[in-house]
Design a protein around this ligand. Sequence first.
Ligand SMILES: N[C@@H](CCC(=O)N[C@@H](CS)C(=O)NCC(=O)O)C(=O)O
Length: 227
Amino acid sequence: MHSLKLIYFKMRALAEAPQMLMKFADLNYEYLMSWDYFDDDWEMVKPTIPFQQLPILVVDDEHQIAQSTSIMRFLQRLAGMEPQDPVVAAKADAILESAQELFRPLNPTVNFAVGEDFESKKESMLPELSSRFADLERALLNGGEQFFMGENPIACDFTVYHHLDISRNLDPDFLGQFSRLSEFVRDIERIESVSDYLNSRPELIDVKVAPKLVINGKAHPTGINKT
Ligand SMILES: N[C@@H](CCC(=O)N[C@@H](CS)C(=O)NCC(=O)O)C(=O)O
C-alpha cells in the first residue's frame, strides 16, 4: 500500500474530489496544508514544486504528483476503479476534463470574491456554466445509468460532483434547473463514506462577504497563507 499525502490550501476547491474518491475507496491518506507539510511560506515553496501550484499528492514521501486530473486518475487506478475498456476510459476522461474546466472562474469566485466583484463574476460566468451543466446533464441522460460511466461512481463523478456542489455557493437555485444533475448530486450524497466526508469537512462560511473555512472549530479566512 502506498502512503498518500494530499497537500493544498485553505480553500474548498481542488482537494475535494480526491478526498471524496479516497474516502469512497477506503484509501488511507493525510491532508496537510502547504505550510504544515513544507514548513515554509507559499512564496518559498512555489518555485520548488513540479508545476508551482497545489494540490499535489505526495506518494511514499517521494513522488510529487501535480495536476488535479492526474491525481484523480492515479487514485482511481490505485483503487482499481479505472475502466478497463480503453474507449470507456477515454469517455470517462472526457467527462473528467470537461468538469475540471469548470474550476475557473467558479471556484476562485466562491472562495475569494466579495461584494460587487462576486456579483459581476457570477453574472458573467452563468452562461458558460449553464452550457457546461447542460452538456453534463445530457451525458448522464444518454448514458442511462445512475452515474456517468455505470452503476458506481469513478473519478469523473467525484470531480463533476464537486463543481456542481460548489455552484450552490455561487447561486443556490442554479443547479435546480438541471433535474438529472440534481438527482446525480443526491445519489452521490447518499453514499455513506462520501456523506461522512461531506458532513465532517471544514464548513465554508461567509461566501461573498468574507469567505472562511471553519477548521477545528476556528474560522480561518480562505487563502494560501497560514493563519
Ligand atoms: N491545473 C491545476 C490548477 C491548480 C491551481 O490553480 N492551484 C491554485 C490553488 S486552487 C494555486 O496553486 N494557487 C497558488 C499559486 O498559483 O501560486 C490543477 O488542476 O491542479
